[in-house]
Every structure is written in structure tokens, then in C-alpha cells.
Design a protein around this ligand. Structure first.
Ligand SMILES: Cc1ncc(COP(=O)(O)O)c(C=O)c1O
Length: 340
């Protein structure tokens, strides 16, 4: 039956062709979308069943969770202090049929050496982890691309791999989205003056801590919003904000690229480990909330560079919510804290 009448659900304006959903090739079938990125990766692992998953030493724990949820053996390969994968390690360690995941860190694709390696080793199954990338400005380099939109735009949930046909029907998402995925996002959305920071921040922390690998699907609200969020203004604003930060913070800039062709996740700065958390606290005291990527890297401590970076990087926001003048002010605040 089709009902006529009754109350309205949510009504959204029409979708358009240049939205993030089409740009990212969001699968049309909701059963091929998941509540988060780790679940999408787990579904891929469960279908492809690679004998091993290679992960970069610098990675967030949720990616490793996808492997443990599917009992996929994991090995790590090193990245250096500029986040470039060690291809000779993979060259000598990876066997045909194994899966290799590498990350477009902060939105930027890996360098030429790794891309050549991925191109040459057709016997390996490469996954491009684009969870931090709106648009790398470069060609896709993996057999699959992994996405987790909530890190980049204001949608409450979601994760998918493209192409999604690698996921067998037995691994499709069968559970309804949980209503509490909306809670933190809606609390913040409704609090227009941003007076109840404690409330929505805590709701989000609790919700993130509960994220797990599941066969729950991405909410329809997230899918529909992605179809309506235009790529170009998001990309332009992020790049403009980043350039503004680079203009002031050239000395502490981590990515050494003041005018990026990629769309940046944020603006990472590198500080001595002994000062990083103090600086973060001082920024928070002024209402600036930088992110840590990541606090609990799952690779062994012997992968030195990854753990050094985890202790020294701090990511300033430069996303589409902000304008260059706000970036200028944030950068000056950071300089002032660093000069204290
Ligand atoms: C690079 C990267 N890949 C994958 C993920 C997993 O995403 P999700 O939290 O949606 O499972 C994250 C999460 O932080 C990430 O940073």
C-alpha cells in the first residue's frame, strides 16, 4: 500500500548531480552501505577472504577492528615520518592474493613510489582508504575505495566501499539504522548558539565509543544529505582555509604543501610531543578544538615513526563550516600560544 496523507516525515529539496553521493559513487542499493567505514571494510573482507590484510603502521584502531571481526590475519608495514608507505617492506613481505590497505592521509594520496608499486603489483588487492579525503585531486589507485563520510561533512553516519560488487549478498547490511546515531548531530544542529557544548560533545563521545563492526546500514538521512551536498563549494572552502593557515603557520605545517591540489581533511601541525597536549589544552581553552589522529595506533611500538607522529601531530579544523578570517584568527591564537 502507498499511504496518502498523515503527518510529514522530513522533506528535503531535490538531489542534484554534482552531490557528494555521485562524486563518491555511493552505492544505490542501501544494503551495500553500512553504519560506518569499519563495517564496510569488514563486509569486503568477509566476501573476498584475503589470506592477509596489510595495514600501515599509522592507522586508527577501527580499521584493525574490521580485520579482527572477520578473523583476517593482519600484518603492518611502516610509514616514514612524512607518512609515505615503505614499499620495499611490502615488496618482500606481501604474497599474491593478499590485501593491502593504504590511506590518503589528511586527504592526500600516497606519493609516486607507492602508486607505482600499486600499479605494478596486480597480484595484490589494494584498498584506497579515502576516509579522510573529499577529493585527492588524483586518480583512484586501489581496486576498492573505502569511505566514511561523517569525518568530512555533517552527516550522522555511513561507510561504504566502491565498487560495492565485491561484497557478496550474504554480507549486505540487513539491520535498520539505530535512531541514536542521529542524537549527537541533531543536538548540535538544534543548538544554534552552540551553548550546550557539554551535552552534544558528550553524546558524540559516547556514540563514537559504541561504534562497532555490524551489518547495520547507513541511515537514509545520511544518504539523502550526501546527494544534496555539493562538492565544489566544500572543496573550494577547505582549500582556501588551508591556504590561509599555511600563510601564517608555514613553520609548523606538517604536509609541506601550502597550496594543495587535494582537498584537506584539516591542517596538521607537528609539535614536540612534550608540548603537543599542552598546546591542545590551551587551544581548547579558547574554544578551538583540534583533532588527534590518532590516540591509539594499533601497530607495535617498534614502528617508531607512526608512534612519534601519533604523539606529535595536531590537526586544526579548516573545513567548509569556516571562512578564511576565522582561520586567520585561529592561526594567530596558535602562534601566540607557541610563543608563550
Ligand atoms: C583513515 C581511516 N580509515 C577508516 C576509519 C574507520 O571509519 P569508521 O569510524 O567510520 O569505522 C577511520 C576512522 O577514524 C579512519 O580515520
Amino acid at each position: 500500500v502507498t499511504f496518502l496523507g498523515g503527518f510529514f516525515g522530513l522533506e528535503l529539496p531535490a538531489a542534484h548531480a554534482c552531490g557528494l553521493a555521485s562524486f563518491w559513487k555511493l552505492p544505490g542499493n542501501p544494503a551495500l552501505t553500512f553504519a560506518n567505514g569499519r563495517s564496510a571494510l569488514a563486509a569486503l573482507l568477509a566476501s573476498v577472504r584475503p589470506p592477509r590484510l596489510w595495514l600501515p603502521s599509522y592507522i586508527c584502531r577501527s580499521v584493525a577492528e574490521a580485520a579482527s571481526a572477520t578473523a583476517t590475519p593482519v600484518s603492518y608495514f611502516p610509514v616514514d615520518e612524512s607518512l609515505q608507505p615503505d614499499t620495499s617492506w611490502l615488496e618482500s613481505g606481501a604474497r599474491p592474493g593478499e590485501m593491502v590497505l593504504a590511506v590518503d592521509y589528511f586527504g592526500r594520496a600516497p606519493g609516486r613510489e607507492f602508486l607505482d608499486f600499486a600499479n605494478e603489483r596486480q597480484d595484490l588487492l589494494f584498498v584506497e582508504d579515502a576516509c579522510q579525503a573529499v577529493d585527492t585531486g588524483a586518480a583512484p589507485w586501489g581496486r576498492w575505495c573505502l569511505r566514511s563520510p561523517r569525518k568530512l561533512v555533517g552527516v550522522p553516519d555511513g561507510g561504504f566501499v566502491v565498487p560495492a560488487d565485491g561484497i557478496a549478498e550474504g554480507g549486505w547490511s540487513v539491520l535498520e539504522p539505530q535512531m541514536d546515531v542521529y542524537r549527537a548531530a541533531c543536538l548540535r544542529f538544534e543548538d544554534e548558539e552552540e551553548r550546550a557544548n557539554g551535552l552534544w560533545h558528550e553524546a558524540n563521545q559516547r556514540r563514537e565509543a559504541r561504534e562497532t563492526v555490524s551489518t547495520r546500514r547507513m541511515s537514509r538521512l545520511s544518504r539523502e544529505l550526501l546527494a544534496r551536498l555539493d562538492v565544489a563549494p566544500i572543496a573550494d572552502r577547505r582549500r582556501a582555509n588551508y591556504r590561509t593557515l599555511a600563510g601564517v603557520l608555514g613553520d609548523t605545517m606538517f604536509l609541506r604543501d601550502a597550496n594543495p591540489a587535494f582537498v584537506p581533511l584539516g591542517f596538521p601541525v607537528r609539535l614536540p610531543a612534550a608540548r603537543r597536549d599542552h598546546v591542545r589544552g590551551a587551544l581548547i581553552a579558547q574554544g578551538i578544538f583540534p583533532a588527534l589522529h590518532w590516540t591509539d595506533v594499533p601497530s607495535a611500538a617498534t614502528f617508531g615513526a607512526a608512534h612519534v607522529l601519533a604523539a606529535e601531530l595536531l590537526t586544526l579544523p579548516c573545513d567548509q563550516r569556516y571562512q578564511p578570517f576565522e582561520m586567520e584568527r585561529m592561526a594567530r591564537t596558535l602562534v601566540e600560544i607557541l610563543n608563550r
